[in-house]
Every structure is written in structure tokens, then in C-alpha cells.
Design a protein around this ligand. Structure first.
Ligand code: NG1
Length: 548
């Protein structure tokens, strides 16, 4: 199984990048980072850790409610050249970035006494009286580049260098470079955290002690140190992806990743996924309380309200996401360690069944299409909890701001989008079978089916989840006009990238059409244009190149 594999360590760039052609195109970038490392630190790096960004083909805003999604790693990646430093004290870090915008940083992990536990935590903490923990002083108020380096270090310190042991990490020099555009929905943050985690593991000789799945869990935990409540799709895609494949990632009852071959990329008629950056920077942290975090709260509160309608009993203090409420309603037990997720056919039937019930959440007396949603008071009343408990369970840990909460719309998006992911996966599997037939041809209907699913997904993002923006909607409209089979916003939304499925022989005309019609692309050409519109080639997941 993909998640159980060891983390790959290679000694040649061709093995890292999968083929000679890609390796020769990329070689100068890798050489530059080695040369610059030598100039800055006086010796060659021992390793280069690579972690790719990802594009989510379908399944947005459903990972944090534990439904499966379908991302693929992109070629754009983050590289961390690194090696042990001979000059500094135990565990210290000199982190440089090839981009002059990001100033060099030096830091050393400090041991801090653990905070005094609250009464309820007392019992658990009894074992850890007087315990110390590692502190890297991450500034979560400001977006700082080195926070991602520090975040990667935390997991390695906590898992491999407990303060109680005598073993201490080696000092390390790091030089970072990256080609994943920040704030574009292609997950540069997850790629940074994964590459950072890998560097500290490599230099401390701990790579062999983790599987890919364990690295994903560590990277998820690490990324939360930067203050982002992320769902896990990005880290899994960056670590576990395979060439020519998307990854069907499910999170319940535990992380599972199934590579889904994308024959549309290999068999005639060929098609490619093209990413186009709307150039609206989507800063998740800044708008979190009215955007990303609000969606998290709306879907969680929606799960409780739906459970009430479905007569699924919940403890007052639990906060199960929609996937768990659906599972309980369908009578699926949820012991951790169960062999697998509900099989996709049963999940699909369950989703269809529950969608009929979701209609009961539509706010009464309001005209179709004019959803006002629920006020805070109405939402609390619908939850069946008293005000104090509701605040404690759903609002005490996160800041959100809204006059109306769109419970019906968000729940509807989650279930419908989850259904589309399952249908997209099934179409890819059918296409893979068709590609095995003697003529190996792919019916064009498969491309149309995938495209339609992408279109309805975007429609839902735009109108039901409301995580698009006018520029992204416009880019999607232009992409369709230019002949894309389908086009949609990808990632968190409110800006960032779109992903479109385009016939390979029409890609150049497609790009020309976008440049001519999307106002922010006016005058862009050459390298600058390649940075904002590019056909993605699903790449392999994170790995380490060993240089000595
Ligand atoms: P982006 O902003 O594209 O990295 C975010 C979340 C994902 C997922 C998507 C929406 C983080 C780090 N990632 O992705 O987990 O929820 O939005 O599908 O917050």
C-alpha cells in the first residue's frame, strides 16, 4: 500500500525525476542550488530534499470533514539543500533562501518547561510533571518564511529527540529554493513543511525510521504549528503521489491513499490538466474568520444539526464531522484500526440517500436561491445544545465572523462534492480498463464525463460553498469558452488557481485564448506567462537525493 512504503532516497537525479528528459531540463536548477550552498556554507550539501506542490483535481473543502479527495502532485516543487554544520552548537539551524526577498535566519531549539495543565488535563499530565518541551518560537501572527522550516523541525525534535533522552540533533545548514507559487492553491506551504521535515530527518540519519504515511502524519502535525487548521490532503499528495496518477486520499477511519492512473494523459485522445493562476492572492490566514475557518465551523455545526434530523444521537461535547455522522447513520462502526473506508459503492449509495435528507435543512420560508442562512441564535437552537455548550464545542477554539451561517448550502456542497469525487475516480478506473483493450483508445465520452464533473464542482464552489471570487469565475468561463472539457477552482479558493481539462492538441490555442481574454494576463509572455499558466504533469511524491 502506497502509504506504507519507505521514504525514497536516491543517488541520481534521473531517479528523482523519473526520466532522463525531465532530469536534463531540471538539472541546472539542482546544480545552482548545490553551487550556491557551497558558496554560502563552504562545503557541498549532503542531501537535497524535494517536495512537490499539488493540484486538487476534484474534492474541495471536504478533506477536513474526512471525505476523500483526488489531488495530484505537480512538477513545481520546493528544494531544501542541507548538510550538517561543523561550526555551530547542537541542533542549531542556519536557514538561507535563494530568493533574496527572504533574509537568512539562524535559530536554535530551546527547552521550555511544559505549561501548567488545566484541571481537566491534570490526570493525563500527571505522568509529565516537570516535563520540558522543545520550543522554536514560531511567530503565528505574521507570515514568515522560516516558520515553515521551524514547523518541519518540531516533529523531528519531538519524535526523535525527546528532552529526556541524551541524544541531541546535529547542527544543520539549509538552502531553500522553490517553484510553487505562494497563495495560489497549489500548496506551497505543505511542500515547504514536507521538505523541511525531510531535511531534518536526513541530516539526523532518521529517514529509514518512517513510512510515507508516518511522514504525512508528522507533516500535518508540523503544519498546524504555523497556525493553519489544514485537512491533510496537501501533505498526503506531496508525499505519496506517483507519476501519471492522481491520488484518491481518504481520511476515515485512517489515512489511506490509492494511486489512480490517469489514462487521459497517456492514451489517445490525450488530454492534460492545465493550471491557470487568477493572480488574486488568496491569503488563507488573513481572511480565515470569514472564509476558511467559517466553512470549517459551518460544516461541523451542520453535522450536528443533520445528526438531529437523522436521529443519530451525539454526546453534547463531541464534534463529529459530516463523514462520521454519515457513517453512524449508515450503521458503520468506527473503531480506529478498521481495515478500510466504507467501500466506494456503499459510500456512494449512502451519499445519495443522505442528500435527500439534507433538503430538511433548507431554511424554511425562504425563496429558492435566496438563502439567508441561519442567525447564530437560530443555528444554536437547531443544534439542540444550550448556548454555553455550543460556544464551548464549536466556537471556543476558532475565530469566525458571520451574520448568517449557511448550514444547508455547506452540507449540500460537501455531500455532492464527495459524490463527484467517487464518480471521477470511477471514470478514471473505467478509462484505465479501456486503455488495456487491443486498440487502447479512450472514448472521448470519458473526457466529457470528467469535464462535466469538474464544471458542476465549480458551480457548487461558486454558488453553494461560496469559495470562488469574480476573477476565478471569469477565468473558468473563459477556459470553457476556449474549449476546456471542464474547469474549476482548485484549493482553498477566494483566488488562486483554476484547473482545466484540455485536449492536448488544443493546449496552445487554449493558452492563447486565456491570454487574450483574461485581463490580468494582458502583456504576459515567455517565462512570466509560463509561471501563471502551465500544463501539469502529475509528478512523484517527496524524496531525498543523497549527494555523498
Ligand atoms: P490550499 O489553500 O490550496 O493549500 C486548503 C487546505 C486543504 C483543503 C483545501 C480545500 C491548508 C494548508 N490546506 O488548501 O487541506 O481543505 O484548502 O480543499 O489549509
Amino acid at each position: 500500500m502506497a502509504a506504507e512504503l519507505p521514504i525514497p532516497v536516491y543517488t541520481s537525479l534521473t531517479d528523482v525525476l523519473g526520466d532522463l528528459q525531465t532530469a536534463s531540463v531540471q538539472a541546472s536548477r539542482w546544480n545552482d542550488v548545490v553551487e550556491e550552498f557551497e558558496k554560502r556554507f563552504g562545503k557541498k550539501p549532503a542531501y537535497i530534499a524535494r517536495a512537490p506542490g499539488r493540484v486538487n483535481l476534484i474534492g474541495d473543502h471536504i478533506d477536513y470533514v474526512l471525505f476523500g479527495c483526488l489531488p495530484a502532485a505537480v512538477e513545481q516543487d520546493i528544494l531544501f539543500a542541507c548538510g550538517p554544520s561543523s561550526q555551530a552548537s547542537a541542533g542549531s539551524v542556519a536557514a538561507h533562501n535563494l530568493n533574496p526577498k527572504f533574509a537568512p535566519q539562524n535559530f536554535t531549539p530551546m527547552l521550555k518547561s511544559a505549561p501548567i495543565p488545566s484541571a481537566t488535563e491534570q490526570k493525563e499530565a500527571e505522568k509529565a510533571v516537570n516535563a520540558e518541551s522543545w520550543d522554536l518560537d514560531i511567530n503565528t501572527k505574521e507570515l514568515r518564511w522560516e516558520s515553515y522550516v521551524k514547523a518541519g523541525y518540531y516533529g523531528v525534535l519531538n519524535h526523535f529527540f525527546p528532552p529526556s533522552s541524551n541524544e541531541r540533533p546535529v547542527p544543520i545548514d539549509i538552502l531553500v529554493t522553490g517553484s510553487v507559487p505562494a497563495g495560489s492553491g497549489l500548496s506551497s506551504s505543505a511542500a515547504m513543511v514536507v521538505a523541511s521535515t525531510l531535511s531534518f530527518l536526513a541530516v539526523n540519519n532518521k529517514l529509514g525510521e518512517l513510512t510515507k504515511g508516518q511522514l504525512v502524519e508528522m507533516a500535518m502535525e508540523n503544519e498546524q504549528r504555523v497556525g493553519v487548521n489544514s485537512g491533510g490532503m496537501d501533505q498526503a499528495a506531496s508525499v505519496i503521489s506517483m507519476p501519471s496518477s492522481a491520488l484518491y486520499i481518504t481520511f476515515f477511519p485512517f489515512l489511506h491513499a490509492e494511486p489512480i492512473l490517469l489514462p487521459v494523459l497517456r492514451t489517445n485522445p490525450r488530454a492534460v490538466f492545465v493550471c491557470a493562476n487568477s493572480l488574486v492572492v488568496s491569503d488563507k490566514a488573513v481572511g480565515a474568520k470569514t472564509r476558511y475557518n467559517l466553512r470549517v465551523v459551518e460544516t461541523l455545526a451542520g453535522a450536528r444539526i443533520l445528526a438531529r434530523h437523522l436521529n443519530v444521537p451525539l454526546q453534547p461535547t463531541e464534534r463529529p464531522p459530516l463523514r462520521i455522522v454519515l457513517g453512524r447513520w449508515l450503521g458503520y462502526t468506527e473503531t480506529k484500526g478498521q481495515p478500510s473506508e466504507l467501500d466506494t459503492d456503499k459510500l456512494k449509495d449512502g451519499l445519495k440517500k443522505v442528500l435527500a435528507e439534507v433538503e430538511k435543512l433548507r431554511p424554511a420560508g425562504r425563496a429558492d436561491g435566496e438563502e439567508l442562512g441561519l442567525t447564530m441564535e437560530e443555528m444554536i437552537k437547531e443544534s439542540g445544545l444550550d448556548k454555553k455548550t455550543f460556544y464551548e464545542v464549536y466556537l471556543s477554539w476558532v475565530e469566525v465572523e458571520a451574520t448568517h451561517f449557511q448550514i444547508y448550502k455547506r452540507v449540500k456542497h460537501v455531500f455532492e462534492e464527495s459524490l463527484r469525487v467517487i464518480e471521477f475516480r470511477a471514470a478514471c478506473l473505467r478509462a484505465a480498463d479501456a486503455a488495456q483493450t487491443p486498440d487502447g483508445a479512450l472514448p472521448e465520452s470519458v473526457l466529457r464525463e470528467l469535464g462535466d464533473l469538474m464544471d458542476t464542482s465549480h458551480e457548487s464552489s461558486s454558488k453553494t460553498l461560496e469559495n470562488s471570487c469574480p476573477e476565478v469565475d471569469e477565468l473558468v468561463r473563459i477556459a470553457k469558452e476556449a474549449g476546456a472539457y471542464g474547469s474549476r477552482v482548485t484549493g482553498a479558493g477566494w483566488g488562486g488557481c483554476t484547473v482545466s481539462l484540455v485536449a492536448e492538441d488544443k493546449v496552445d490555442a487554449f493558452i492563447e485564448h486565456l491570454v487574450a481574454h483574461y485581463p490580468a494576463y494582458k502583456g504576459l509572455e515567455g517565462e512570466a506567462l509560463k509561471q501563471v499558466i502551465f500544463a501539469t504533469k502529475p509528478s512523484s511524491g517527496a524524496c531525498v537525493l543523497k549527494l555523498e
